[in-house]
Design a protein around this ligand. Sequence first.
Ligand code: HEM
Length: 486
Amino acid sequence: MTRQAPGPKGEPVLGNARAFQADILQALQRGRREYGDVVRFEGIGPLFPVFFVGHPDGIKEILQDKHRNFPKTPFVSDRWRALVGDGLICSEGELWKRQRRLCQPAFHRRLITSFATGMTEVTAELLDRWEAAARAHREVDVTLDMTRLALSVLGGALFGANWRQDSEVMAHAVEVAIGEAYKKFGKFVSLPEGVPTPANLRFARARKQLDRIIYRVIEDRRADRGPHPDDLLEALMTATEDDGSGMTVEQVRNEVMTFMFGGHETVASGLTWALYLLSRHPEVAARLEAEVDEVLGGRLPGVEDLPRLPYVDRVVRESLRLYPPVSLISRTPLEDDTVQGYDIPKGSMVLLSSFVTHRHPDFWPNPEGFDPDRWIPLGEQGPHRYAWWPFSGGPRKCIGDVFGLQEMKLVLAMMAQRVRVRLAPGHPVIPRPGITLGQEHGVIATVALREKAPPAAPRALAGADSEAIAAAAAAAGCPVHGGGAR
Ligand code: HEM
């Protein structure tokens, strides 16, 4: 027997539309608290009623068990498509399946591990600038600096030396394009791209500029007889199916754009929130510093160090719990279906929020508390596979989870070695959901320099070391999922 999900009626005529517009995450959170794990929100406009599913069992049903009937919501995918064409993030069906297979080699652990040097180099450069800011008593814009850091890391991983050559122009075009895309994503309705509004024109110009550079880099690479660099672009250009076919130039461009946009704001958001939480919890920051000092001394971390930095791992995991960068996703069933016994009519918008589920009191005691040690008894799996799902799950789970976690851990370990971030007094930090979970006014902070760390404790025995290296890839990866598409 199925039932209609309960939910708030909201205001007369408008229903819940204004509550969604004002603060959608709080509206969903309230809905779950007051009505339970499947909520039906009435409202005005073509998207309502909107369903919300907050229980890990329901999320598993949608993302994993019934994923074929729950593709991504078309109007959300269309907005991505304006930016990345038929890239992995918004394609469906056979095209998605083939592209996912062809993209998989780009996320091979060996390749991701090789990006660690780029990650630590970019971080060291930023830390030099932050040290100068600290000496000059200047504030730093953590949100902006993390965004630029993550873009630089991704640009290097995608294009190797070609990125260094074009980084300023490309970074600027990415910033403009994503800024405009943000505005579009923020609105339920926006004017079609063909209408020459100033915003549409800015967006089109930035996309054209990016296209010009990306197509040129691809063409140069094709014309060059080698040797070619070991980067994401090369992996995309050389990937083949069993029948020997690969991607067209346009498909390579689409996936490059997808990684560029899917893979830097997410990491930047995760890092910004982690630094914010550390600034609010000096006792956690102190333990993080103690661990990196003991294990690394003053030297740079590598992927092989990560298994010996369990506190770094717990801090990352716990901050992704409280502030998951992709805090809201949606699906739309092709046919009438049920979730946890409640009717979900075909064509409806179904929202899933890691931000809300990561605070579900049945799975997370003291849900709002920042407590990295809660992970000690839980282990990597957490209390339920879908109680912690910052990288989503099922076949459409994030392809860049290993990349993202590795970067977050290396960057945070290096920051803990050299600086302590202190939130600027009186600066409000309010979550703002967009493509990723940002902050209403960014995160502005001062930087305090740390004393130089003592030399590292002697490394573990040689045998244990090689075991650690063998275990490193696993520890750097998404703790919940394996590597490949399912
Ligand atoms: C902390 C960092 C990251 C987080 C939290 C994150 C989160 C997510 C989530 C939740 C999804 C699923 C969206 C949905 O189902 O609607 C996703 C998909 C995706 N992510 Fe990530 N991501 C991160 C880093 C990255 C990186 C570094 C890359 C690439 C370099 C990347 C590329 C992608 C792609 C291509 C997809 C679409 C996969 C598909 O549909 O087959 N992500 N990500």
